[in-house]
Design a binder for this molecule. Structure first.
Ligand SMILES: [Zn+2]
Length: 292
């Protein structure tokens, strides 16, 4: 979450010590090693991976030298980089996804956030288009949007790119190995994304999942200027006391034992098949009906 200003701090000395001596009996290094410890608002991170300043389809909003937090778990790093890649494949020609803070090298309290303390939270700026031309442009900052996807700041030159933001959410919820628990987002923007997905014939299974994880938090700002994504602990981490900080969707209860699986080499682009590719809205009579 992007809201509470706090002084920079590190994890508690005990957790930092554990982290510093990370490749040991308690926290073995290598594939399958535990990374996330404790809860999103009280935890720490060990064996963290760094997220690159740029990838083919992502840019960090703040680099490490600018005070950005770029450390996370393999699962969340992969979820973000792969999902940005999928959006670019399904809707080519767009600007990169602009990625906000992950966590500090060893987790713990950081500026600007109340959670983000154990590597399983990240802020993603909304995809945007130029207000005049409709062309995809990189997000320039945390722009707040109203229910029509227009900026609350009348000086802003962008509006929300509903298509690409939906595709991002769709990727996050359909890949079970990411274990996405929450995508915090204002209710009015959730409505807009879900409506777009229905009108464009997206698979009802992913719409149902998105309706479950897109959520306006009751105890924080409404998240009308970015998504905040939280993923689950791996099974191994959970057995060591990692606390998810959110409920599991029905699909994750079944998938959780698989969340420790090694990363896939090949991404699943099967959803680029013709019926899934972005297409003009079908006539009203042929629109698929909601499943329940
Ligand atoms: Zn956040």
């Amino acid at each position: 979450m992007q809201h509470t200003l706090r002084r920079t701090a590190v994890a508690s000395p005990v957790l930092a010590l554990l982290a510093g001596g990370g490749c040991a009996v308690l926290w073995p290094c290598g594939e399958g090693a535990r990374q996330s410890i404790g809860a999103p608002s009280h935890g720490a991170l060990v064996n963290a991976v760094r997220v690159p300043e740029r990838s083919a389809n992502t840019r960090l909003f703040r680099s490490e030298s600018e005070g950005g937090q770029i450390h996370t778990t393999r699962t969340l790093r992969d979820a973000v980089l792969e999902s940005a890649q999928r959006v670019a494949r399904v809707a080519p020609g767009g600007a990169p996804l602009v990625v906000g803070d992950f966590s500090a090298p060893f987790g713990g309290r950081i500026e600007r956030h109340r959670s983000h303390r154990n590597g399983r939270d990240v802020d993603l700026l909304f995809f945007a288009v130029d207000r005049e031309t409709g062309r995809s442009v990189p997000a320039t900052g945390f722009v707040r949007y109203d229910r029509d996807g227009n900026p609350r700041d009348r000086e802003a030159t962008v509006r929300m790119d509903v298509e690409r933001n939906w595709l991002l959410v769709e990727s996050l919820v359909r890949e079970e190995r990411y274990g996405v628990l929450w995508v915090f987002c204002a209710d009015w923007l959730k409505q807009r994304l879900v409506s777009w997905a229905r009108e464009h014939g997206r698979d009802p299974r992913w719409i149902e999942r998105a309706e479950r994880v897109l959520h306006q938090p009751g105890d924080a700002a409404p998240h009308d200027d970015h998504f905040h994504v939280r993923v689950a602990c791996t099974t191994e981490e959970r057995s060591s006391g990692c606390l998810d900080g959110g409920p599991h969707g029905w699909w994750l209860s079944r998938a959780l034992p698989k969340l420790d699986a090694a990363p896939q080499d090949d991404l699943d682009f099967s959803w680029e098949s013709p019926e899934r590719t972005l297409a003009p809205s079908p006539p009203a009579a042929t629109r698929p009906r909601r499943r329940r």
